[in-house]
Design a protein around this ligand. Sequence first.
Ligand code: AMP
Ligand code: ZN
Length: 114
Amino acid sequence: MTDCLFCKIVAGDVPATIVRESDRAVAFRDINPQAPTHVLVIPRDHHPTAAELAAADPELLAAVLVEAHRVAEDEGIAGTGYRIVFNTGEQAGQTVFHVHAHVLGGRGLNWPPG
Ligand code: AMP
Ligand code: ZN
C-alpha cells in the first residue's frame, strides 16, 4: 500500500528505530511512547486490523505475537509483565490502519485502560 505509513517503515522509506526484524514482522519504537517500553510490532504485509489479519493469515498473526514476546524479553520486561494492545477501529483510538501490536511495559499499567 503506497499510502500507508507503516508500509513505508517496512520499505525503509520512513525512518524508525527498529528493535527487531524477522522475515514476516518488524518491531520499532513508538514515536510517542506511553511507557518506558513502547514498541510496535507489525507484519510486513499490509492488513488493516487484527481481525482482518486473523481472518486472512492466522499464522502471520501468531508470528506477530511471537515477536511481541521477544521484544519483551529483549527489553527485560517479560518476567515483570507487559501488555499487548491491538486498538481496533476509531473509537478504540486506532489511527494507523496497518495492524500493529503495541507492546507496553516497564511500569505498572492501570486496568481497565482508559
Ligand atoms: P494506534 O493509535 O493504535 O493506531 O497507534 C498508532 C501508533 O503509531 C501511535 O502510538 C503513534 O504514536 C505511533 N506512530 C505514528 N507515527 C509513527 C512513526 N513514524 N514512528 C513510530 N511510531 C509512530
Ligand atoms: Zn500498510
